[in-house]
Design a protein around this ligand. Structure first.
Ligand code: ATP
Length: 338
């Protein structure tokens, strides 16, 4: 079941989507080019209205693109017959923010639903549904109805249902946005397990940086219908290049330098050193000058420090240069803030 990590499973080539509305044409996506490799957890992040949901819905042809191609496992979806498209869709499970469970059906019947549509026999479907319930940790809730479940349990059922047809890809559209932080964490862990243990490629649509940080290998930042930048999460976090990337990752401090007198400020970029390495303390001890930490936004990603820290340098230029030199010789990435 392991996915081959080198092979692209989905390629988007010049993908565009326009909607005709009473007020004219709305461009939701324009010239999107992306390659998602088999076995990756790929995040797509952007502000509200950027085009994330439309993008994910175009990937499985819930929305038909107005231009460009979706290539799934080396085949162009638009050139497929209806039957081939149906099979391709079965290979792409999807979960949603609002879970979209059938309220009249119990948990087991919800999970069996896609198998009924695919023509799987009753006994086989039931057996598979029971296995999936065990996978998501809800063996004891088979007879419960959606209204009797918590949000996290509903999303687990939705995940089991999405996995019913043995998909190679799981599309997650804001799947944790309606959940509290602890439940979010456990759902993200479940998605990671499905990816690692079953080799399923996971595509995560979110507006939350924390979700990308928690589980994604790669991330694409989408802004006003375009891809602003794409790359490994660690690279993008340590040095966002686009304006929107800086805004999403560095926040307000990415834009504004606070005026604290005449002395300069620098932004230290943490791009993957051991998170236990005390960079600032070592710097202060080595240079024997105090610095002011104006803003810090660092995260620990798998033992590596990621993020940034805004530091006010001493007014004395010689002291400030000692700090700059120390950072250069210890190969700490930094930039001047003006
Ligand atoms: N069915 C539709 N008809 C008309 N316009 C649409 C339709 N679906 C999306 N749009 C428009 O396309 C643009 C992108 O919307 P989309 O829902 O993909 O963004 P999003 O990044 O997922 O935002 P959100 O997180 O708020 O859902 C928006 O301007 C939206 O109004």
């Amino acid at each position: 079941m392991e996915g081959n990590k080198q092979e692209p499973i989905i390629r988007l080539e010049g993908l565009g989507k326009q909607f005709s509305t009473a007020n004219g044409t709305v461009t939701a996506l324009e010239d999107i080019n992306l390659e998602i490799k088999s076995g990756e957890i790929f995040g797509i992040i952007g502000l509200s209205g950027a085009g994330k949901s439309t993008l994910v819905r175009c990937i499985n042809y819930l929305e038909v693109p107005t231009s460009g191609k979706v290539i799934f496992q080396d085949k162009n979806l638009s050139a497929m017959s209806d039957k081939q498209k149906r099979l391709a869709r079965q290979s792409m499970g999807m979960i949603f923010q609002q879970f979209n469970l059938l309220s009249q059906r119990n948990v087991l019947q919800n999970i069996c639903f896609p198998m009924e549509i695919a023509g799987t026999g009753r006994a086989e479907a039931r057996k598979r549904a029971e296995e999936l319930l065990a996978l998501v940790g809800l063996e004891d809730r088979a007879k419960a109805y959606p209204a009797q479940l918590s949000g996290g349990q509903k999303q687990r059922v939705a995940i089991a249902r999405a996995m019913a047809t043995n998909p190679r890809v799981l599309l997650c559209d804001e799947a944790t946005s309606a959940l509290d932080p602890n439940t979010t964490k456990s759902i993200l862990q479940l998605l990671k397990r499905i990816n690692r243990e079953m080799g399923v490629t996971v595509i995560v649509i979110t507006h939350e940086m924390a979700v990308i940080e928690a589980i994604c290998d790669k991330v694409a930042i989408i802004d006003h219908s375009h891809i602003a930048e794409v790359g490994k999460v660690s690279d993008i976090f340590s040095g966002p290049k686009s304006e929107i990337g800086r805004q999403l990752i560095l926040g307000e401090a990415g834009h504004t330098a606070v005026n604290f007198g005449k002395s300069g400020q620098i932004r230290i970029i943490f791009d993957g050193r051991e998170s236990s390495e005390p960079i600032i303390s070592n710097m202060v001890l080595a240079c024997k000058v105090p610095v002011n930490i104006m803003h810090a936004d660092t995260r620990d990603i798998e033992g590596k420090a990621m993020g940034q820290m805004l530091i006010q340098l001493p007014e004395d230029e010689a002291d400030a240069n000692r700090i700059r030199n120390y950072l250069k010789t210890t190969r700490v990435t930094f930039e001047e803030v003006r």
